[in-house]
Design a protein around this ligand. Structure first.
Ligand code: RB5
Length: 143
């Protein structure tokens, strides 16, 4: 599976470490930046990641900024994106099972790195449950 990943300066250290963690697990990673801890604007990387998920260039995405909120707000402007913010494993599981999140967003300044890995693992390994949740996500896009 090819995953796209992006971060702003607040998520840069965790992004580097998460890429290494996921490559060890044999995921293909496309890194959309940012590429240093220099201050930058999260939409500059969130929009290209969203477009790559929408086009199928990558199957899913992972995004990190300080709180996660800037990334979620930006990513969810794209009609094909369901970006979900998760800060523990239970939410990481539910954001796939109930919301079929195709981008996982993590609040880098508020969770330890081992939690980033555990949430990512459970999100990747969980399955969308469909049924009533499919009906609900079908109602999300603005026609
Ligand atoms: C950067 O200081 C911070 O504002 C950003 O990482 C993020 O939390 C925005 O939502």
């Amino acid at each position: 599976m090819t995953l796209g990943i992006c971060c702003d300066h607040a998520g840069f250290d965790y992004k580097q470490r998460l890429i290494a963690y996921l490559e060890e697990k044999k995921y293909q990673i496309k890194d959309f930046g940012t590429y240093s801890s220099e201050s930058m604007d999260y939409p500059d990387v969130a929009h290209p990641l969203a477009e790559a998920v929408e086009s199928g260039e990558v199957e899913k995405g992972i995004a990190m900024c300080g709180t996660g909120n800037g990334m979620v707000m930006t990513l969810n402007k794209h009609q094909g994106i369901r970006a979900g913010l998760a800060w523990n494993e239970e939410i990481g599981k539910l954001v796939k099972q109930h919301n079929d999140a195709n981008v996982l967003v993590l609040p880098a300044r508020f969770i330890p790195f081992d939690m980033v890995c555990r949430i990512t693992d459970v999100w990747l390994d969980s399955e969308f449950e469909g049924g009533r949740h499919q009906r609900r996500i079908d109602k999300i896009p603005i026609k």
